[in-house]
Design a protein around this ligand. Structure first.
Ligand SMILES: Cc1cc2nc3c(=O)[nH]c(=O)nc-3n(C[C@H](O)[C@H](O)[C@H](O)COP(=O)(O)OP(=O)(O)OC[C@H]3O[C@@H](n4cnc5c(N)ncnc54)[C@H](O)[C@@H]3O)c2cc1C
Ligand code: SF4
Ligand code: SF4
Length: 1006
């Protein structure tokens, strides 16, 4: 059995006392000191890892004020504070070792929108896309864009001065912040805005002191500032001395200092933003090239064509995108159709025009004429996207690019450390040629893409930071790239901020760096706000974090190479935060969406897992070599009731709320796969502790169902009455058990179907190869076969009506419930038996189909993981995939006027998103229109929603996305998932049909 694990992460006494005193002082939000919670904020998308002492989740600005005021007490004067928003920084900006104030949980509101003045006031934790959702009905948007727009907060954007695609036209965040309400280190409030001399005279206290000091500095150093600040669109982020004071108008605006200051000057609580009208028309032209260099060299001409956006992607990134589940949604918008050209396709520029329709059309016609002229031999062709949906899909693919890069095979992973260089755009191609030479000379792999219109390039060289040699190389390369950018008149930090790369500041700013330190000292004299970043106060001996600060790799190094490989699903999380997507219609990640707790996200769970492996390694346990042994019952009982500290309990807690929906394993760009990790964890955890009864109940379900189905009426009478349901709830912790189908499946299909596997095999063996060409094997799943037998019967009927001879494969347990609960030994046995049977059947070369997506996908996922080669090569596909491949057998039917909506299954949508499109094709072929609706998880997820402990969460998730969609009157809603249908049914709404039932109805209606 695994040992108990003590993280030994005791709080420093003054932090412990402070955090203890905070609640008593009236702090309304949450205070968190558990190791797992501290860990979940110990990383961002950078290479670094720093464990904070504690985390605060303030309810509002008053809470932040209170927290900082309390910290003024002499006994707490050593404490430091760092703000955190989405935690998507790429350079460790939000990481620190003091207290983290996370504003993303509660402070995410839009305070007011003034559409007439095109302004909005927002709280700092609002997510950029969520803000734009609220602005859309007003025809407005917050225009600075960034790839992480579905999880990055305005506070984070302001403090990194974020920008992205379209920055030449739409500008950076600082160009759109009108005023900021901030809290200073002593808890006093600062409200910024444009101040002339009269306004400055009216200021009091700290605000006045700050204003006077900054004006004096700017007046004195004007010449130096002009000379020293790079003349770039992305000149740098933070402490913007160039724009904070305008000597011509004598206006001072401290907003410009705070923007990009990475939380080192003040806490931003609210901001007044300037909004932009949503353009009338948008057109995107995807131009294909024979090389990345050709794409780069063509970019200046595209910028001259007055494009709003010019983005570029190289072949490495394109190839990774091709392997992503979402590629099928953009392939025809991006790739050349001609096979020869597709072969030469090695780079792309994405050119957007936005504005008034006539103006856009004019620019488009001019560009296409130039492209069609054939002047540029490197241009292979182009694709034009005119509708918002297509444009959105291409941008979504581009926004995923960074994450996709991280999907590289092997221990070396693309890392953020020199990834946002900016040089004058006209020098970009030459700069990149040198940059590439530098990386090639080191033999490193990398992919490149970027905002060529602004001269910003994103490069993530692949290194393995578990290898000390690669760790040293990170510093060497950083230095070289910083120098190279300077030679080209550019900057190393052109877009994503400085963070733990601040040590290059003195070289960039020269003597002005001392003035930055002066400013820091005026705002934060004791260096308590996000210390170690950007600069330290002039009179302080504190140091900046060096580039060689401890990395995640250095922590992972403590885990054996074998375990790192075996548990790569956890190790490879790079913290890009895609799993914090706020959109309720995205499948990722239901447990995080419901709780708002980062620990209950794929990232949080991966973090727990890595720490767990690390702590086990410290105890001498290398999990990859460790035979999972279950302690004898008496020992498990003793462990269960022992008061011993064990970090495994925190991991357990984090894993329990996971629905095992698999959205992470499909939609995470690097395929962090929590359900697989979770199963393995539970397997070990319950080797040490007692399992709850409900786990046994769930794991035995599949095996017990055939027996129950022999006496369905009796079982139903026992299970469907109040007394037994109360007992089940109280003793087992299980609620709302569904009723068995009556008549049962056997009764429905009668004597026509083989009742045993040998019988089926005999039938297959007897059939001629011609007869077999018409046969289809329907593989049963436990839930549809026993609780929705009518559906299985309809499936057989449908296949028969379509001209096949359907044969029902006698019931084989699938094992998924055992896997979910971490009964891995039993799951292995179940999978081995079922795989053996299915492999025997596969030998007859008759297609095998299944009806429930989640259970069918288990054969190609969990079976592979547990059985490896032993799994064999049998294939079971979802019914619609089989039907879609055979559509040419049936004459297409005219539109019948029937409209349906397919309520997407979250596992299928994430892991195999083409499933919904296939149903659309199939029903469309037979004359019905099917709209596919993307939804989050319905909250049932197998048996998750049946567990008492999860009931409230299950309902919450259902109410979030499914209930509002079901309330619409837009065509009959359909669902292919058994769990989803039973969830809808138990919450008292109309029962949903499976799309196959509709298809059968359409066919039988003839
Ligand atoms: C895959 C990927 C793609 C990216 N693409 C882009 C891009 O296109 N353009 C771009 O500009 N950036 C990009 N980034 C970087 C990152 O997303 C941005 O810097 C973003 O603005 C950070 O926002 P956040 O809410 O995650 O902030 P965090 O990472 O939480 O914090 C960033 C900084 O802001 C400070 N901060 C946060 N909230 C406050 C507050 N209320 N008061 C004071 N300080 C605060 C933090 O202390 C920290 O210093 C990308 C990152 C990733 C992972
Ligand atoms: S789990 Fe995946 S999506 Fe979430 S932060 Fe890690 S890598 Fe990104
Ligand atoms: S399986 Fe679902 S609930 Fe669990 S971590 Fe992944 S996305 Fe979240």
């Amino acid at each position: 059995m695994i040992p108990a694990l003590d993280p030994q992460a005791v709080l420093e006494p003054q932090y412990r006392d402070y955090l203890g005193a905070l609640k008593g002082a009236g702090f309304q939000g949450e205070v968190e000191t558990r190791y797992g919670h501290r860990l979940s904020l110990a990383t961002d998308n950078s290479v670094y890892q720093m464990l904070p002492q504690g985390v605060l989740f303030p309810l509002d600005g008053d809470d932040i004020q209170l927290a900082l005021r309390l910290a003024q007490n002499p006994e707490f004067r050593q404490l430091t504070f760092s703000a955190r928003g989405g935690g998507t920084g790429t350079n460790g900006q939000s990481l620190n070792r003091g207290i983290i104030i996370d504003t993303s949980r509660h402070m995410r509101g839009v305070v007011s929108i003034d559409a007439e003045r095109r302004q909005a006031v927002v709280q700092c934790g609002v997510i950029k896309d969520a803000l734009n959702d609220e602005l859309r009905p007003h025809g407005l948007f917050f225009s600075p864009d960034l790839s992480t727009s579905n999880r990055a907060t305005l506070g984070g954007m302001i403090n990194t001065d974020a920008s992205g695609a379209g920055s030449l036209v739409y500008g950076k965040t600082s160009d759109h912040v009108i005023a900021i309400r901030a809290i200073l280190d002593d808890g006093s409030e600062l409200i910024t805005g444009p101040w002339d001399q009269a306004a400055r005279n009216a200021l009091k206290g700290r605000a006045r002191e700050l204003a006077e000091s900054v004006v004096a500095l700017c007046q004195e150093k004007q010449g130096l500032i002009e000379a020293r600040f790079p003349k770039l669109n992305r000149f740098l982020t933070g402490y913007d001395l160039k724009h904070v004071y305008n000597p011509d108008t004598d206006i001072l605006d401290l907003t410009r200092l705070l923007c990009g200051s990475e939380g080192t000057l003040a806490f931003v609580v609210e901001a007044t933003l300037d909004l932009t009208p949503i353009p009338d028309t948008r057109v995107l032209v995807n131009i294909q090239y024979d090389s990345f260099d050709s794409a780069l060299r063509h970019a200046p001409e595209l910028v001259d064509a007055h494009a709003t956006v010019v983005e570029t992607i190289d072949a490495t990134v394109l190839n990774l995108a091709r392997e992503d589940v979402s590629w099928h949604t953009v392939a025809d918008l991006v790739e050349p159709e001609d096979a020869e050209q597709a072969h030469r396709f090695d780079g792309i520029n994405m050119v957007e025009f936005a504005g008034e329709a006539d103006e856009v059309e004019g620019k488009l016609i001019a560009l296409l004429a130039r492209l069609d002229s054939g002047d540029n031999g490197a241009v292979l062709g182009y694709k034009v996207c005119r509708d918002g949906g297509s444009i959105g899909r291409v941008y979504a693919m581009r926004k995923k690019a960074v994450g996709l890069l991280a999907n590289a095979k092997g221990p070396r992973k693309p890392l953020a450390f020199v990834e946002d260089t900016a040089v004058p755009p006209e020098k970009l191609a030459d700069f990149i040629a040198e940059f590439r030479a530098l990386l090639d000379a080191e033999g490193l792999q990398y992919g490149m893409f970027g905002h060529v219109d602004a001269g910003v390039l994103h490069v993530r060289p692949a290194l393995d930071l578990c290898d000390p040699a690669d760790e040293r190389q990170l510093k060497v390369l950083s230095d070289k790239v910083a120098e190279l950018t300077r030679q080209y008149g550019g900057l190393m930090w052109g877009e994503h901020g400085r963070g733990v790369r601040s040590e290059y500041g003195p070289a960039v700013f020269g003597e002005l760096f001392e003035d930055l330190r002066r400013i820091k000292g005026w705002f934060d004299p004791d260096n308590r706000l996000n210390p170690g970043k950007i600069c330290t106060p002039l009179d302080s001996d504190d140091e900046l974090y060096p580039v060689e600060s401890p990395t995640r790799g250095a922590f992972n190094r403590r885990i054996s190479p074998q375990s790192r490989e075996e548990y790569e699903r956890a190790i490879r999380c790079n913290g890009n935060g895609l799993c914090f997507n706020y959109q309720i219609d995205s499948p990722m990640c239901p447990s995080y969406k419901a709780s708002g707790d980062r620990v209950e996200s794929p990232k949080g769970r991966a973090e727990l897992y890595r720490a767990w492996l690390r702590l086990l390694a410290r105890e001498g346990v290398d999990l990859s070599q460790y035979p999972p042994r279950r302690a004898p019952l008496w020992q498990r009982v003793r462990n269960q009731f022992s008061q011993e500290t064990d970090f495994s309990h925190e991991v357990h807690q984090g894993m329990l709320s996971c629905l095992a929906c698999k959205a992470c394993s499909g939609a995470c760009p690097v395929k962090v796969d929590i359900p697989t990790l979770r199963a393995e964890f539970l397997h070990h955890y319950y080797g040490r502790y007692l399992r709850p009864l409900k786990d046994h109940f769930v794991a035995n379900l599949e095996d017990s169902l055939p027996l129950q189905a022999r006496f369905p009426k009796l079982v139903n009478s026992l299970s469907q009455n109040r007394a037994s349901q109360w007992l089940l709830k109280t003793l087992v912790g299980y609620v709302d058990p569904p009723a068995l189908s009556v008549p049962t499946l056997t009764e429905r299909v009668g004597q026509h179907q083989p009742s045993t596997l040998p019988e089926l095999e005999r039938r297959l063996a007897r059939a001629s190869s011609e007869e077999r060409r018409h046969m289809v094997l329907l593989v049963q799943d436990p839930f549809n076969s026993h609780y929705d037998a009518a559906l299985v019967e309809a499936g057989l009927k449908l296949l028969a009506r379509l001209g096949f001879e359907p044969l029902l494969v006698p019931y084989l347990p699938n094992g998924k419930p055992q896997h979910i609960k971490g009964f891995l030994d039993r799951f292995r046995r179940t999978a081995r038996n079922s795989a053996a049977a299915l492999n025997r059947l596969a030998a007859y070369k008759v297609p095998m189909v299944g009806l429930d997506p989640a259970l069918v996908l288990t054969y190609s996922d969990e079976y592979v993981t547990i059985l490896k080669e032993e799994r064999g090569d049998f294939e079971v596909e979802v019914l619609q995939s089989f039907l879609a491949r055979h559509l040419d057998r049936w004459t297409p039917r005219p539109q019948s006027g029937h409209h349906y909506r397919l309520m997407g299954h979250c596992t299928e949508n994430s892991v195999r998103p083409s499933g919904a499109t296939e149903w659309q094709q199939v029903l469309g072929h037979f004359g019905a229109e099917l709209k596919t609706v993307n939804l989050g998880c319905c909250g049932m997820a197998g048996t998750f929603g049946h567990e008492v402990a999860n009931l409230e969460r299950s309902r919450q998730l259902f109410d979030m996305s499914w209930a509002p969609e079901l309330a619409k009157e837009e065509g009959e809603p359909l669902s292919s998932g058994y769990s989803c249908r039973s969830q809808v049914k138990r919450f008292g709404l109309k029962g949903l049909r499976h799309p196959l039932q509709v298809l059968l109805e359409l066919i039988e209606g003839d």
